[in-house]
Write a protein that binds this ligand. Structure first.
Ligand code: GLA
Length: 744
């Protein structure tokens, strides 16, 4: 049976049924010609009688649907449940798309024109996207909507919107995007082009979002929807620490394992806009896409605009079930390249060990100590290029600083390799320091507006990646280092947001395109990088986890989760991040104490246990560690190696939420359920209190598990899941326990 079924209960009014693993998505054409939403939730069978449910009765002050001059339907245009709503033609809620026509008027009336069902999933030109490896993994429905005077009427402006829906076999995921084409004779300006909009008949949902700040990324917030709009968004030119391009609608009372969760995740790294609006009938409209503020895209006749895609995941088993859908899809069909399925190296990064102050000998001494512990990759962070001894200069000058590293970067790499480690290097490709050779040669290569001050952030400006020659030059400089030195890993950083967003290379009428063109340039750079260096492991970074989004993950299989390396602060950050991203994409390091961000002192064991929940590494000066801490570091490196297959391929379960109490807990289970790792961290102890046993998930009830590492014990799976794992031994602030369980 195919994944997409199209029924035609009335002429030219098809009903579309999209079948997911345990869920369904249904939409169809209303008598007005509008494409309307019917269902996204638990599975239902294709049923032609559902066509009658597309209508929504007009209420007072509803603009009416008329055909040939007569009121032809009881439908109110401002309460219909649309799939891609427009403005200025009857609906007053948040539009998904809007156009400024050549005559200065705005608005579209989109009616159904045609559809196609395609095997597999077509690529999105120039944009990162989920993908298939063979056409039988998915099916894609494309629906063309044209801008007409009414359902039978002639085309008004020649704008055609093609909505794309992909469903994957065996997954509870629908991927949506839109392509807007100008097939008319005059240019139009797109002022809004979101990726998805869905109108739900009921507004009874909680909205869960992941707001944050530098060093406090992706905390979880949840509140019931109420009348009016509740938006998230970024105008920073990056997905950002402050807002995250992801939200969930939850049925009231839904929790980690129960209730309905509908996730919306945008595969995009620039400005976003999303959230939900409750209308006069308490219906909910959820939208997600490119931020309309600062966006105006000119479409000349014959041109088309492709939106990024939004990944929608459904689960009737709560947030945990929804996260499992995202984890599997993003691990298997968003991340790409040689490192997608490989276990990743355990690394040491010199940033918190030395900051800008290092010599080749110093780096080699850290690498030597790391090699002795079994660490596999040494990352040289910021400060190796130009004349960069602090953050006031040299971005753009990607030439080794021979005063600091006289024998060159290749020599550093070879010395690291001689200690038995791979070598990695930090770059910040999109940035330019006013104090740089590059800026002196090309002062107009940064984003700027003539006549206005160029606002700096961390003493730097942003290169104009909407210009191909800028991307080319930076790529060649970065690639030259990667070609000549033995570099097998790159940390790709991005340390400020965009201001004075204008391009010296674009005409006045295209300045509204700069935000998006800049991001397309970032993706073009990434594409060239992964194409020329397919074996390079890239870790994304943006002042920590500021641009940790599905767009970047397509090219960078792991991301530095946060500059905050404090183990206790990381609990919330990693918990929130795990709602949508698999832990194998999260860079997590053991750093020194007192912690550099929070000045808190936590035990080495706890720091390691928290870092073992992600791509494990160290970020401290190993040469200064006491013998006892060195022994512990060796031990945790061994644990990371012996359990990293679970991180890579296992199922992740959040057991205790650090936002809700003093304790956090999580676990990984191997796909065959023969093995698991469980971690518990007590943030703050309470007096006269005993922690209840921790109920595990995802095990085989009939299997007996033995603890091969951690507190001794042997238990059956059903006992561990129903009665729980006894938490003896957790009494003090910042203590943790970690069990590695294996089938007896
Ligand atoms: C950012 C990163 C850090 C480090 C510094 C270097 O803040 O998040 O990990 O690389 O830049 O300047």
């Amino acid at each position: 049976m195919s994944l997409i079924t199209v029924l035609a209960p009335a002429e030219n009014r098809p009903l579309f049924f999209l079948r997911c693993a345990d869920s369904a998505y249904v939409c169809g054409v209303h008598p007005s010609g509008a494409l309307c939403h019917l269902h996204w939730g638990k599975s239902i069978a294709p049923d032609a009688s559902l066509a009658a449910r597309l209508d929504a009765d007009a209420v007072a002050f509803s603009p009416e649907y008329r055909r040939n001059g007569a009121v032809n339907s009881k439908a109110g245009l401002d309460v219909l449940r649309y799939e891609y709503p427009t403005a200025n033609t009857g609906d007053f809620r948040e539009p998904a798309v809007d156009v400024l026509h050549a005559d200065g008027t705005r608005g579209l009336r989109l009616v159904y024109a045609a559809h196609r069902v395609l095997p597999g999933k077509p690529a999105l030109a120039g944009l990162p996207a989920t993908y298939v490896e063979s056409p039988d993994e998915a099916e894609t429905l494309e629906i063309d909507l044209r801008d007409a005077s009414d359902s039978d009427g002639k085309d008004v402006a020649g704008v055609v919107v093609t909505l794309s829906y992909t469903v994957f076999a065996g997954r509870d995921v629908v991927v949506r995007s839109a392509r807007i084409a100008n097939r008319g004779a005059a240019p139009v300006t797109l002022t809004r082009a979101l990726s998805v909009s869905i109108d739900f008949a009921s507004g009874r949902h909680d909205l869960l979002t992941l707001p944050g700040a530098w060093a406090r990324e992706r905390w979880v917030e949840r509140a019931p929807l109420r009348s009016g709009a509740q938006w998230i968004g970024s105008r920073r030119g990056a997905s950002s620490h402050q807002s995250h391009p992801f939200f969930v609608l939850l049925s009231p009372g839904a929790d980690e394992t129960r209730g309905e969760a509908r996730g919306f995740s945008l595969v995009y790294s620039g400005n976003h806009h999303g959230g939900a609006e409750i209308d006069q009938l308490f219906q909910a409209r959820a939208v997600l896409g490119i931020q309309p503020d600062g966006f105006a895209w000119r479409l000349a006749p014959g041109e088309a605009f492709q939106t990024p895609e939004a990944v929608l995941a459904f689960s009737a088993a709560g947030l945990g079930g929804m996260s499992a859908q995202y984890h599997r899809l993003y691990r298997e069909r968003l991340v790409r390249g040689a490192w997608r399925d490989r276990e990743r190296p355990i690394l040491i990064n010199n940033w918190e060990a030395t900051y800008f102050n290092f010599t080749a000998d110093k780096l080699a001494s850290i690498a030597k100590a790391a090699g002795e512990l079994g660490i596999e990759l040494f990352v040289l962070d910021d400060g190796w290029f130009g004349k960069r001894n602090d953050d006031t200069s040299s971005l753009g000058d990607w030439f080794v600083d021979t005063r600091k590293l006289p024998a060159g970067i290749g020599d550093v790499g070879r010395r690291i390799q001689a200690e038995g480690l791979r070598f990695g290097l930090w770059f910040e490709p999109e940035m330019i320091s006013p104090d740089s050779e590059l800026y002196r040669a090309h002062p107009d290569w940064c984003l700027h507006i003539p006549g206005r001050a160029r606002t700096e952030g961390r003493n730097q400006l942003v290169l104009d990646f909407s210009r191909a020659e800028v991307v080319d030059t930076i790529f060649e400089r970065v690639a030259k280092i990667l070609r000549e030195a033995p570099v097998s890993y790159m940390k790709w950083d991005m340390n400020r947001h965009l201001t004075e967003v204008g391009s010296a290379a674009l005409p006045a009428e295209r300045q509204g395109e700069v935000f998006h063109r800049h991001i397309l340039g970032v993706y073009a750079f990434a594409e060239r990088l992964v194409t020329e260096f397919p074996e390079l492991l890239i870790e994304g970074c943006s002042g920590g986890g500021g641009r940790y989004d599905p767009g970047m993950l397509h090219y960078t299989p792991q991301f530095w989760c946060s500059d905050n390396t404090d183990a206790i602060a990381r609990l919330r950050i990693q918990h929130g991040t795990s709602l949508v991203y698999p832990p194998c994409t999260m860079g997590a390091h053991v750093s020194e104490v007192p912690n550099h961000q929070l000045h808190r002192t936590t035990p080495m064991k706890t720091r390691a246990h928290v870092a073992l929940a992600g791509q494990f590494g160290f970020e401290l000066d190993l040469t200064k560690l006491a013998a006892e801490d060195l022994a512990a570091a060796r031990e945790f490196t061994e644990q990371a190696k012996s359990t990293r297959h679970l991180l890579r391929h296992g199922d992740f379960h959040r057991l205790l939420d650090p936002h809700e109490g003093n304790t956090a807990a999580w676990m990984f289970v191997s796909p065959d359920r023969a093995e698991a790792v469980v971690t518990v961290v007590l943030a703050l102890a309470d007096p006269n209190w005993r922690l209840p046993a921790l109920k595990l998930r995802g095990l085989d009830p009939a299997t007996t598990y033995r603890c091969v590492h951690g507190p001794a014990g042997e238990w059956r799976g059903d006992v561990l899941m129903e009665l729980g794992l006894p938490l003896d031994g957790l009494h003090c602030d910042f203590e943790s326990l970690r069990w590695h369980l294996k089938r007896v």
